[in-house]
Design a protein around this ligand. Structure first.
Ligand code: 4AD
Ligand code: MG
Length: 442
């Protein structure tokens, strides 16, 4: 009978029939003249069996992993006690090699495994992608992005000339200008950062989900961020495919409980000191100071200090749950952040802001957000304090002139969210072709 052509993910309905599949030899085993191939086509994995005449050809004897093949045969449900992806296997009666691969003598099989040098893994990213974990992370990434859109749909969907549409804009300040015309808005877009940061969580190019909401207060903003994180996780866990990917990549994952812990900046500084978490003392240029034996000098945190990545990570790892850190000093944050009114007992020289970072175990900050200055005079003073020429920002200032409102928003790093969700060591595993200082290939 003629074979029907199918993708591996569509095979369940074709059991008992002759099928034709195309794909890559993902795994290969020769057992006493019977050849077992696990075929991969990007939609799934299929166990296949070549025996007798079809296993005794030159092509069969020289077959290598990562070769592309066409396989034809009968799809059989597996007998009790045997397991394979999909619960079936293909008994091959006709097959051919489409493109051979170098096999055992090659970089892919020899140089590359989970313990390979990271720079080799990065050079060979185009091949690493073929692995189950690497492709699983990217597949989960795609489910993650569509879950955000579902989760946010009630808030951010626009009526665009009668058609449903999602607004995309380039950055926060522009998003703010959209509030009066379109209401609450969001965009998902690449952001580029020319920072010389060689850390587990910095990329030079990353995918940035940003949103801006009008007529809210600071508590609404944090509640909204919490909601979008939890809703997205719920949507991913409700879908059997994304739930399965999370389970295999991060077996200990469980949905975070609400409400998230909220810790203001001063409480966080005290918490760090109570837990003996120090930071390197820096000179006026920001370089760590070393003692006479060359050791970096560690000191306690003081109110006014930045909470650097290392301290932040230690804190979230100890707490082990999502934490909102909020109320950072204006001196540490961007010019547009709304100032908190001074309270009795507040430091004389510091002004705190309605800002928040959401920290996740294993990653640290995944979201940064704030309320924005809504008063024109206050904004002009903030430009001045930062030494920013206000002229080119006329359109931003105008927002405060033409019907201002309390508003706020946030930015979420998609790769960092994914690193948390899939328990990856670094965000570099969460991007298709990650870029960082010195890395622009392949
Ligand atoms: O905290 P950031 O710098 O905030 C902003 O850019 C605001 N304008 C966003 C807004 O309010 N609309 O960046 C926001 C998030 C961070 O929390 C982090 O998750 C991610 O973007 N991020 C990075 N991810 C990977 N590599 C980098 N170099 C990143 N820098 C920031
Ligand atoms: Mg930030």
């Amino acid at each position: 009978p003629k074979a029907s052509r199918a993708k591996i993910s569509q095979l369940t309905n074709l059991r008992g029939q002759r099928v034709r599949v195309f794909g890559w030899v993902h795994r290969l085993r020769d057992q006493k003249g019977i050849i077992f191939i696990v075929l991969r086509d990007g939609t799934g994995y299929l166990q296949t069996v070549l025996s007798g005449r079809v296993a005794q050809t030159y092509a069969a004897l020289t077959l290598t992993i990562e070769s592309t093949v066409e396989l034809n045969g009968t799809l059989q449900q597996l007998p009790e006690g045997k397991t394979a992806p999909g619960g079936h296997e293909l008994i091959v009666d006709y097959w051919r090699v489409i493109g051979a691969a170098p096999g055992a003598d090659d970089a892919f099989t020899n140089r590359l495994n989970e313990k390979s040098d990271p720079s080799i893994q990065a050079d060979l990213r185009h091949l690493v992608l073929r692995g189950e974990n690497a492709s699983g992370v990217l597949r989960l990434r795609s489910y993650l992005l569509s879950a955000f859109l579902e989760g946010g749909a009630t808030l951010f969907k626009l009526d665009y000339y009668g058609q449903p549409a999602f607004l995309t804009q380039s950055s926060q300040l522009y998003l703010e200008t959209c509030l009066p015309s379109l209401g609450d808005v969001f965009c998902v877009q690449e952001s580029f950062r020319a920072e010389n940061s060689h850390t587990r969580r910095h990329l030079s190019e990353y995918t940035h989900l940003e949103a801006e909401l009008a007529f809210i207060d600071f508590n609404d903003l944090m509640a909204h961020i919490e909601e979008i994180i939890c809703k997205t996780v719920d949507i991913l866990l409700a879908n059997p495919i994304s739930a399965g990917l999370i389970k295999s990549l991060n077996p200990n994952f469980s949905a975070p409980s609400r409400p998230f812990i909220r810790l203001n900046y001063v409480e966080a500084i005290n918490w760090l000191n109570e837990h003996g978490i120090q930071h390197p003392e820096e000179d006026t240029d920001g370089n760590p100071i070393k003692d006479s034996s060359g050791q970096i000098k560690m000191v306690d945190h003081q109110v006014g200090d930045d909470i650097a990545e290392a301290a932040e990570r230690q804190m979230t790892d100890i707490i082990g749950k999502p934490v909102f850190l909020y109320g950072f000093p204006a001196e540490l944050k961007a010019f547009y952040m709304k100032r908190m009114p001074k309270k009795p007992g507040d430091s004389e020289k510091l002004t705190f802001t309605e800002s928040c970072d959401l920290l996740m175990p294993n990653v640290g900050e995944i979201v940064g957000g704030s309320m924005r200055i809504s008063d024109e005079e206050e904004l002009l003073a903030a430009y001045k304090k930062e030494g920013i020429d206000s002229a080119p920002y006329y359109w931003y200032t105008d927002q405060r002139k033409y019907g201002t409102t309390e508003h706020g928003g946030y930015g979420l790093g998609v790769e960092r969210f994914l690193a948390w969700l899939a328990n990856r060591y670094t965000v570099r595993e969460c991007s298709l072709y990650p870029r960082w200082p010195g890395r622009a290939t392949p």
